[in-house]
Design a protein around this ligand. Structure first.
Ligand code: ADP
Ligand code: NI
Length: 216
């Protein structure tokens, strides 16, 4: 019988090979951090650890933003991989459903309901968009997309559709449009506690940013 550890190790190796070389913040090390954080958050919840770990590992195998807004590519690539492992079809279905539903698509875009395992992975993914690493990832993403760092004339907006969110703007706007909202959107008690510290760090960073912009 194949053990959970083998499924997880094989999946980690597969994802690492597929994502190596990404420069948009959706690289293997993002996945690695989400995987470790999902394990940590999952320990405090009654979850199926195999589903949490495989969904965390496969959640960005093909991000919709990097595939012309197509959100079917990721779940399909995950399914193709999971089918090679010979998992119980119910588990594969659950993991693909999580991958299809966890991504943030705009402030005013409604989020689908998630299972507990989905909530854990979503919290882990969101935490990696916050704090010191979240700041680094935002500027890496903005640079890859050719966005300005900041433009005082360009105000942040609330995106009502995924298409509008995809367009982007100056990276500093992304803090108001998404990153500072995440703390109040966490699903789990553990996730909320970790988000609090990361949120405060981003607020301090932004205060310094605006100060320095004006010669402070
Ligand atoms: P999710 O992980 O929920 O799919 P995203 O893919 O939207 O979230 O975000 C992944 C990373 O890309 C995050 O670190 C996020 O801050 C960054 N990112 C997404 N859109 C932008 C943007 N317009 N400007 C800067 N960074 C962005
Ligand atoms: Ni992610």
């Amino acid at each position: 019988m194949t053990s959970s550890t083998t499924f997880i190790d094989r999946t980690a190796n597969h994802v690492r090979a597929v994502l190596s070389g990404d420069g948009t913040g959706h690289d293997w090390w993002h996945v690695y951090r989400v995987w470790k954080m999902a394990q940590r958050i999952g320990q405090a919840e009654k979850v199926d650890p195999l589903v949490v770990e495989l969904a965390a590992l496969l959640h960005d195998i093909a991000d919709w933003k990097l595939h012309d807004g197509d959100s079917t590519v990721g779940p399909q690539m995950a399914r193709d991989w999971l089918n090679t492992l010979g998992l119980d079809p119910g588990i594969t279905e659950h993991i693909c459903q999580i991958i299809a539903n966890i991504s943030f698509k705009g402030t005013r875009v409604e989020q689908p309901t998630l299972t507990l395992e989905g909530k854990v992975v979503q919290d882990a993914d969101r935490l990696d968009a916050m704090g010191a690493i979240g700041i680094a990832r935002a500027f890496a993403y903005g640079g890859a997309k050719g966005q300005a760092i900041y433009d005082p004339a360009c105000k942040p907006t609330e995106h009502r559709t995924a298409e509008a969110y995809l367009k982007g703007g100056p990276t500093i706007n992304h803090f108001c449009e998404k990153l500072l909202l995440l703390k109040d959107r966490m699903n789990t008690v553990t996730g909320k506690a970790i988000a609090e510290g990361r949120h405060q760090f981003m607020e301090g960073y932004l205060r310094r940013f605006y100060e320095e912009w004006e010669g402070g």
